[in-house]
Design a protein around this ligand. Structure first.
Ligand code: NAP
Length: 248
């Protein structure tokens, strides 16, 4: 097993890519800690991941919630081997409709949430540990109506470089996973009407050279690679798993 006895924190681990990654980490022998917000999804994740998983309610826009997560890990495990800073969300809006609040909301979770997750987990990260940040194909593709989400993900791409450079001397690797369009609840949370969502999804699918949305498991397999010693000489990299949408 690739992650035997590793302690792995996965933010946004109650749904989609994070939940699938938590399952694969567990199956590779890791002790998993997942965070989320929605009570039903927290409960469903508890049932899916089994009794050994630690499932914690935490809104990552709130640093006090992050302190609570880190304190719980400190109490149970005392250290972290793998940090998957993955929680994220977006709101679709064209240029003229973007509001101050939307910008704050998205940067607060997608950028500040990721930044403070790494900062607050940092004292528990041991030499040899792996940090993985979730970016998006949107940091390389211009998608109308997704300016703020895309910019927040470009900021996270930058963070993987800077934090990779800062943490290398402690033997900590920092890389990013850049998913293409993936079948998860993410899109239903963009604030689009059902009709718009269907049209947008069809439009995106048509742009993917491989002709389909990806599955969360296809992202999770790459995250397992980045978490494990299989990627031991990688830091500061972003692996793109996007069906080719950002290449052609
Ligand atoms: N799906 C795609 O096409 C796609 C493409 C590129 C990048 N990504 C990125 O992949 C990551 C995972 O997305 P996904 O597709 O798996 O979507 P998802 O199924 O909606 O999962 C998002 C996770 O983030 C959590 N989350 C949302 N708001 C939060 C907050 N304020 N504080 C803490 N956690 C919060 C959610 O918790 P609740 O469920 O409790 O709200 C959930 O666990 C995101 O960073 C997303 O930007 C997704």
């Amino acid at each position: 097993m690739k992650l035997q006895n590793k302690v792995a924190l996965i933010t946004g681990g109650t749904s989609g890519i994070g939940l699938e990654t938590a399952k694969q980490f567990r199956d590779e022998g890791a002790y998993v800690i997942v965070t989320g917000v929605n009570p039903e999804r927290l409960e469903a994740a508890t049932n899916e991941l089994g009794p050994d998983a630690l499932v914690i309610a935490a809104d990552l826009r709130n640093t006090a919630d992050l302190d609570k997560v880190i304190a719980a890990i400190r109490t149970r495990y005392d250290h972290i081997d793998v940090l998957f800073a993955n929680a994220g969300a977006g709101t679709a809006a064209p240029l003229e409709a973007v509001t101050d609040e939307q910008i704050d909301e998205q940067f607060s979770l997608n950028f500040k949430g990721v930044f403070f997750t790494v900062q607050k987990a940092s004292p528990l990260l041991v030499s040899g540990s792996s940090v993985i940040l979730t970016t998006s194909f949107l940091n390389r593709v211009g998608a109308p109506g997704l300016s703020i989400l895309s910019a927040s993900k470009a900021a996270v791409r930058s963070l993987a470089l800077t934090l990779g450079a800062e943490l290398a001397s402690r033997g900590i690797r920092v890389n990013a996973i850049s998913p293409g369009p993936i079948s998860t609840p993410f899109h239903s949370k963009l604030g689009l009407s059902d009709a718009d969502l269907t049209a947008v999804a069809a439009g995106i699918e048509a742009q993917v050279p491989l002709g389909r949305f990806g599955e969360a498991s296809e992202i999770a397999r790459t995250v397992v690679f980045l978490a494990s010693d299989d990627s031991s000489f990688m830091t500061g990299s972003e692996i793109i798993v996007d069906g080719g949408i950002s290449h052609f």
